[in-house]
Design a protein around this ligand. Sequence first.
Ligand code: GLA
Length: 753
Amino acid sequence: MAIIADDQGRIFTLQTKHSTYQMKADAQNVLLHTYYGEKTDNSDKSLLFCRADRGFSGNPYEMGMRDRTYSLDSLPQEYSSFGTGDYRITSLRVQNKDGSQGAELRYTGYQVQEGKYAIPDLPAVYAANEEAETLVIRLADPYSGLEAELYYGILEEMDVITRAVKITNHGRDDIVLKKAASMNLDWEYGDFQWLSFYGRHSMEMNLQRETIHHGIQAVGSVRGASSHQYNPFVIMCEKGANETMGSCYGFSFVYSGEFLIEAEKDQIDRTRLICGIHPDNFSWILQGGGTLWLPEVIMTYSGKGLGKLSRNFHKVLREHICRGKWKTMRRPILINNWEATYFNFTGEKLIDIAKQAKELGIELFVMDDGWFGNRQDDSSGLGDWFPNEKKLGCTLKELAERITAEGMRFGIWLEPEGISEDSSLYRSHPDWVVGIPGRKPCLSRGQWVLDFSRKDVQDYIIKRISELFDGIPVSYVKWDCNRAICDKFSGMLDGSRQGEFAHRYVLGLYRVLEELTEKFPEILFEGCGGGGGRFDAGMLYYMPQIWGSDTTDAVERLSIQYGASFGYPVSAMGTHVSTAPNHQTGRVVPLSTRGCVAMAGTFGYELDLSGLTLEEKGEIKEQIGRFKKHYDLIQRGDYYRITSPLEGTCTVWEIADPSGKEALVSAVYHHVQANPVPVRVKVQGLKDEAVYQLLLNEDFKETYPDRRLPYGFGPGEVISGAALRQFGFLVPEAVNGFQAWQIYIKECPELGS
Ligand code: GLA
């Protein structure tokens, strides 16, 4: 039983394997947040609260003359509201018919449900009935008829609690939601730091760690999508927390649109965190009887540092967000023609790339941008999802069949949300473009956005793509989205409802994705937002992998993938080996290093194979063999960050089989130094009493440490898991710039004494 309600039905304790969460409806029916953290008992934690008169923090009317220590401004609450005495950042701000902005949420009841709740029309964690329980807590405003139902999904074994909110207007008058967050978390104690992930196009997911100070700190997006600039994922932790020690809390917003995650340290040093849809482009009219579900937040707590916290997220996203066949099936190794040709290709050229790729062991050919309409560059053609047969020299069907006849699967790039001014689609449907009447919408990458909030647009896209794929052996789709959205306005919404546009756009996108993924269950979908511009748990519900960044430079990718690893699994990160010098940075990185870094993701290639030497081709074959051999370990193993690319000379990460029978350690020298300090790897996730052999690089025929280090243990010798954990081994020195080493650690029971 993960949910424990006390006899009066007023204290609710949620127990996971290693954490406890508690809330309590107090005598005033205010729902207090009383505890979240290390696993403890079910006792009432509010007994430990200490209240004082905080002067200018006022008191609810019923308490005002009796007890000036009771203030909504200082009590830790489960779901706060604006305008009635809590002056901190808020979860809910409404506008009533008379223009006032007050709401007071009071506890009215609860319900425990078997299994994990689902959210209509929105992505959410799913689980078998025996894996999860749901708690619903009802709060209502006694004056307006507004009700907020707080949903908690508890996945006990995974240490995961999800939260979502359903708002209903039981009154007669319209209520406008001006801000409606999905969660509020108040800590009664603690100095926090938070880790957030900022970036830009081609340089996403930079880790930033800051102390939560007095005032408000926030990350968010008003760009239509979750964005390159900030990821909808944050971690709150105690100051000393590191990879293996300390308390930390993670929050992943299962939403691909505009979001706001705010933290505030208040006047008495308590901290509040709020996560939800960004209020700047949001207002929602709830008519009498109307309901709005707010997107889900996945929370997890780790008392054992950031590494464990990340592994909790990896597991829940891999197993309870990603769906469909490709969640567990080995995904094909692909080659994408984008960096090989950009827009400059013919059908014959593509077939030639596919043929060469096949010889190296690559399994899927992806035709990127430029195959449709009048699309010779990025200034035209978007929206015209009809093959350019003149350019291809054949029909799409013929091309796909010729590629599949070579023994390769066929994949295709689409950007269904984009539209060019110079396109047939725009000429026939100018009203389908997102834009403010009477103004020319802002261009970005020379293009506009299709109004996915409109049902007719959604229906058109579903139909067009279904017809396009009809009878064609499409195995893979790269679903791109190459600009942010501004000039927000939909011709289908009246003036008072334009604040609903941004959220309706995301709902429309989700509907299209739901229908298409259901219709084409065999197709592997990969998300993309000009790289990692829409890299979030919401997209992973529809497609199990997302192209991580338009930067394919292996050294830059180290920090992008390092940042992403805090919240997302290896199996979600789209990664390719590209050419050298790299197209984005001009950096020259050895092929072995490019392979090693791409193996911390879905793994594929994106370069002109005809320019490779025989030796390089041999190396690619070997890389593919190695990746396939260790596929399960890499994609489903436990991920450990050993060193950071943001400091030192060498980035090291490890993936261990959950049973401890094997591990793969990857090390890349990101900073080249003469006479560098050796890098020690304390291996995690092994069995202390078992013995292991360390095998180095290539097909792991060489035994560590070979001749490059003067100490260590010799060929054929083994070492215990305990020694590897406590003492560790040293990464061999670099013998070239940006050297990568992969060290495969294998249990050898036959060699044990
Ligand atoms: C985006 C993607 C690239 C490529 C181009 C094509 O930038 O991230 O990988 O598909 O679009 O226009």
